[in-house]
Write a protein that binds this ligand. Structure first.
Ligand code: UD1
Length: 430
């Protein structure tokens, strides 16, 4: 089945949006629930297909999970008391890269994990070697054979771990495993992303002793037996950034509620450099757009730098800039697949390895775009379509549901002419 997003360009966006809870926070938080000896409640857990996949994996392991609504926001009740397995079938694991988050908690809770190497977005090779080496340092025996990770630990012991790169996932996996390790684990060169700090807050609410998240060194004092906790997921800075960029592209005026403004500093700086001031408003942030963007140079970086997850959407903004922009991707190898779709819409973009050079054009035209390359690439194509003349069709766009709750409906509510069509796959127009 093909899910297509059809967008007719030329309508400005107008209105107010409440940002969802963060996808990249809720996935490790769900994995962390596995550590608790009592039920947990995650408030503002967005209804995303990645969240449903992760919930399905946890249910396979025996957990009891219910989607509920609390004060009008989606929430998840997670009860890990009936945890009964340590093995996840490949078909489930391959649907979600974040399934690797289960490795640390399973080792901590049952001392054993058998997981197929994970899948996820196709944005270049995404190895898990940092995760495996760090868990070995904590005393786990880890082997990988024919794509299956087998890990065992009779007892985890604290260690000093220096990550080669500040990997978000590896930092989070080690934090969770280390709650069960005896002594103080130090994670050096840790990822500083706000989602790591959110995991620390949740683990501490469950009774763990974790400190330093948000900085480059995280300390976990173990072992702790973790209890239940209620936690509100932080707002999704990538979703917030997507809507700000969408408004800069389409023109109009947007007010965002449920944002942590400092989490968006790097993104705001670049949007402002492109000519669109982002102002604080009563409930969050506001952007008003009435001009063509100015050209900008942007490099993706680990937090607090410009996030790789907003690189494709930001490139969509630069397509119509009044000059030449460059975008350098430093995190992933294969994050320019979206360019094919941009070219079909009349953009002028050339890529040289990890650098894309964008010669701004005055206008884009609608096109049928064969395959949405990945979650953020699909979003970027729809965003480009908002300012294109005519109709843009983004095919194979179901991946949007992995990271955005009601993507098309939210844009519609702001006045865009966007709809989702589901049906048999049709050949692309010539
Ligand atoms: C997380 C985010 C993802 C975001 C990325 C970078 C979640 C659920 N996903 O992904 O949206 O794009 O951070 O901000 O939070 N690496 C290795 N070996 C490893 C682990 C990572 O070489 O064992 C490399 C990766 O290939 C990549 C870099 O390290 O080049 C950063 O990856 P990492 O921070 O681990 O990304 P994820 O946690 O997978």
């Amino acid at each position: 089945m093909d899910q297509r997003v059809v967008v007719a360009g030329g309508r400005p966006l107008q209105g107010r949006l409440r940002v969802q809870g963060a996808k990249n926070a809720v996935l490790p938080l769900l994995a962390a629930c596995l550590l608790a000896r009592e039920p947990c409640l995650l408030l503002d857990a967005p209804r995303l297909s990645d969240v449903a996949t992760m919930s399905g994996i946890l249910q396979h392991l025996g957990l009891d999970i219910h989607a509920v609504e609390v004060d009008g926001v989606p929430a998840l009740q997670v009860d890990a008391r009936a945890l009964s397995g340590y093995e996840v079938p490949g078909a489930l694991m391959r649907r979600l890269r974040s399934s690797i988050f289960l490795l640390g908690p399973l080792l901590a809770r049952v001392g054993r994990a058998r997981l197929t190497l994970p899948g996820g977005c196709d944005i270049g090779p995404r190895p898990v070697d940092f995760h495996l080496r760090a868990l070995q340092a904590l005393g786990a025996t880890v082997s990988v054979s024919e794509g299956v990770i087998d890990a065992e630990a009779v007892r985890l012991r604290a260690a000093e771990i220096r990550l080669e790169q500040p990997s978000v996932g590896a930092t989070e996996n080690v934090m969770m495993a280390a709650t069960a390790a005896e002594g103080t684990t130090l994670i050096r060169n840790a990822a500083r992303e706000p989602e790591v700090a959110d995991l620390q807050a949740f683990l501490n609410a469950m009774g763990a002793r974790v400190s330093g998240a948000g900085g480059g060194v995280i300390a976990v004092r173990g072992p702790s037996v973790l209890a239940g906790a209620v936690h509100t997921v932080i707002p999704d800075r990538v979703e917030a950034g997507t809507w700000l960029i969408a408004t800069a592209i389409a023109g109009g005026c947007l007010e965002l509620a449920n944002v942590v403004a400092p989490h968006l500093d790097a993104v705001r700086a670049k949007i402002e450099e492109a000519g669109f001031p982002v102002r604080p408003s009563a409930g969050g942030l506001m952007l008003e757009a009435r001009r063509r963007p100015r050209p900008v140079r942007v490099h993706t970086q680990p937090y607090p730098g410009f996030p790789t997850d907003l690189q494709n959407p930001f490139m969509a903004l630069l397509l119509r800039a009044t000059g030449t922009s460059t975008v350098t991707e430093t995190i992933f190898d294969n994050r320019f697949r979206v360019v094919q779709g941009f070219l079909r819409m009349g953009a002028q973009v050339s890529t040289y390895g990890r650098v894309a050079v964008i010669n701004g054009v005055p206008g884009l035209h609608g096109a049928e775009v064969e395959d949405a390359p990945d979650l953020r690439g699909a979003a970027a194509l729809v965003l480009a379509g908002l300012a294109a003349e005519g109709v843009t069709v983004v095919r194979q766009a179901a991946c949007l549901d992995r990271g955005y709750q009601d993507f098309a409906e939210r844009l519609q509510a702001l006045g865009a002419d966007v709809r989702v069509e589901t049906g048999e796959e049709q050949p692309a127009r010539a």
